[in-house]
Design a protein around this ligand. Structure first.
Ligand SMILES: [Zn+2]
Length: 241
């Protein structure tokens, strides 16, 4: 077997395992089921294939929400953008060269195109460590889906919206609960730790949007108080006693 087909086989193996985690989460994880039921109840039922496992080509990302769409505003649509909208991309935006993305944002600034997010959740199949990790990623991205459904949120162009949904997703998915055992008994310290972790991770996520890179920390700090305590659709923080 040559290297290419061996590589393809490896990718297929990752995909199969990762797809299995998604199915498992849908069938047996109460948090995933609760979040999806809420999307349905809110009038945003996830379409088939809403959650997918993708090859992120080694980029240091575990998953994501939304695929960038670019609509040309120019009269002649014979530009290179033609057809991009209808292409069903099998690679997440993070695998594209950074300059590509920056150019896309610049074209919008210049009034040549309009960017939007197609709501969709992906897991980077080669980075998912196991079923629990997959569930955490899915919970994070489902919080974004819920925020997109519940308000006219525009995380591409409004950095406060982005900061808020990232704070909520980091906080409510349990991504910052890893040291729960270690800190048990030190509730104040733990709460402080949790919030610090949420802040750090949210800043990283906000930075990834070229429109928000510059003042990412300021956006997160400005949104922190309001969005950290906003636990919708949970009645309270799902991992806190
Ligand atoms: Zn996020």
């Amino acid at each position: 077997m040559d290297t290419t087909s061996q590589e393809e086989k490896g990718k297929a193996e990752f995909k199969k395992t990762c797809d299995g985690y998604i199915n498992q989460g849908l069938q047996s994880n109460p948090t995933i089921q609760f979040l999806i039921q809420n999307l349905v109840d809110m009038g945003c039922p996830p379409p088939a294939g809403f959650m997918r496992c993708l090859d992120c080509e080694g980029k240091p990302v575990s998953g994501g929400f939304g695929m960038l769409q670019e609509d040309s505003m120019e009269k002649s649509s014979s530009s290179s953008l033609k057809g991009e909208r209808s292409n069903f991309r099998d690679k997440p935006d993070c695998t594209r060269p950074r300059q590509d993305i920056l150019d896309q944002f610049q074209r919008e600034k210049d009034g040549k195109s309009k960017l939007s997010l197609r709501p969709e959740i992906y897991i980077c199949q080669e980075h998912v460590a196991g079923p629990q990790h997959a569930n955490t990623i899915l919970a994070h991205e489902l919080i974004h889906a819920i925020d997109m459904c519940r308000s006219k949120m525009d995380p591409l162009h409004n950095c406060m919206h982005l900061a808020c949904t990232e704070i909520r997703a980091e906080n409510l998915s349990g991504e910052c609960n890893m040291s729960w055992e270690f800190m048990r008994g030190k509730l104040d310290g733990w709460l402080g730790h949790g919030q610090k972790c949420v802040r750090r991770r949210a800043i990283d996520s906000v930075r990834a949007n070229p429109n928000c890179t510059k003042n990412a920390a300021a956006y997160v700090d400005a949104a922190m108080e309001r969005c950290y305590k906003d636990t919708f659709p949970f009645e309270r923080h799902p991992n806190q006693a």
